[in-house]
Design a protein around this ligand. Structure first.
Ligand code: XMP
Length: 320
């Protein structure tokens, strides 16, 4: 049983001190490695690890082809300013190959988990000689996996998987007692810029969590463009999280007086404190109309834009 540290009980400075010591003691004279995705959790872990281990921590950004527009460049720039060099590893083809023909949501997650931990990251870890892997699992990831809602792609021990046996390395999870609000507070105290510590959450399976049905290059291009528009237009909404989802089925539309059998994008925008429950944000209709207008013009092939008005539960925040 993991003991939760609630935001109100969190002393960020003391937490950092304790975790830095724990990481440093666990890794000892060896080296550790971590994968940075640019999300809040992995960014905070990167800073904690860097503080604890300095050059003994190798941080990689795995380009899995499922990331948002400009993500690897943005992440490299932010961390370079903080004095950290991030290595970008191109593994697009391996991820896309593993997702080919897979439509079931849990199987998609499993394909990404296996490709990430066993193939791509597993290879990098083996080649590096690192015995320790730092990971940004938070309590909400554990809860939802244990409850059988969704298998979060970074949760192992709680599923009875021993990473040491399965993947050949030991996992350190310094954030596992926190929820998102606590992670943000720690990120701020670590000196991360606001654009990172206050960034909206983004799922481990990345844009694959926002494509219903099979993940293909074409669908990724579509959902990536729509995501960029939604993020740009809703960044001042104050919402907890906002996203574009690409549906699998097509609908009939009209363009230039002709039938256009096209894609459907669903916008979701959530008010939430910790992602365990969420309500759709009451966005003004004019904002929604503007979003639809921009998506229809800028994202080729889209003829329908909808807004989700369901609460979590029974919905979940991501679609897959
Ligand atoms: P759900 O969709 O389960 O998401 O309501 C809860 C929060 O966790 C974020 N998140 C993930 N969601 N798979 C997910 O489905 C993951 O691997 C993952 N990692 C993070 C999600 O974006 C939402 O904030």
């Amino acid at each position: 049983m993991i003991s939760e540290i609630k935001l109100k009980d969190l002393n960020a400075a003391r937490f950092i001190e304790e975790k830095v010591k724990e990481i440093s003691d666990t890794v000892g004279t060896g080296i550790a490695i971590n994968a940075l995705s640019g999300g809040v959790d992995s960014s905070v872990v990167t800073m904690l690890g860097h503080k604890a281990l300095g050059k003994k921590l190798r941080t990689v950004f795995i380009q899995n082809g499922l990331m948002r527009e400009g993500e690897s460049e943005m992440v490299q720039n932010v961390f370079r300013k903080l004095g950290l060099e991030i290595e970008v590893i191109d593994a697009k083809n391996e991820f896309l190959d593993s997702l080919s023909g897979v439509t079931d949501p849990e199987k998609k997650r499993e394909a990404i988990t296996q490709t990430f931990y066993k193939k791509v990251f597993g290879r990098i870890v083996r080649e590096s000689g690192a015995r320790h892997l730092l990971q940004g699992t938070i309590l909400t990831d554990v809860d939802e996996t244990v409850a059988g809602i969704k298998r979060q792609h970074n949760v192992f021990a709680q599923l009875g998987i021993d990473p040491n046996e399965t993947f050949g390395y030991h996992i350190i999870e310094p954030l596992v007692q926190l929820r998102k609000d606590g992670v943000r507070a720690v990120g701020k105290a670590l000196g991360l810029p606001e654009e990172i510590f206050d960034r909206i959450p983004f799922p481990g399976p990345a844009l694959a969590a926002r494509i219903i049905g099979e993940v293909t290059w074409d669908k990724l291009i579509t959902v990536r463009k729509a995501t960029a528009i939604v993020e740009r237009m809703l960044c001042d909404s104050g919402a907890f999280q906002y996203m574009a989802i690409l549906h699998d089925d097509r609908v009939t539309g009209i363009r230039d007086g002709k039938r256009d059998f096209g894609h459907q994008i669903e916008i979701r925008c959530w008010d939430s404190l910790d992602a365990r429950t969420a309500n759709p944000t009451k966005l003004p209709f004019e904002v929604l109309s503007k979003l639809a207008g921009k998506i229809i013009i800028e994202v080729p092939g889209v003829v329908s834009v909808t807004y989700n008005i369901t609460t979590k539960p029974p919905s979940t925040i991501e679609a897959v």
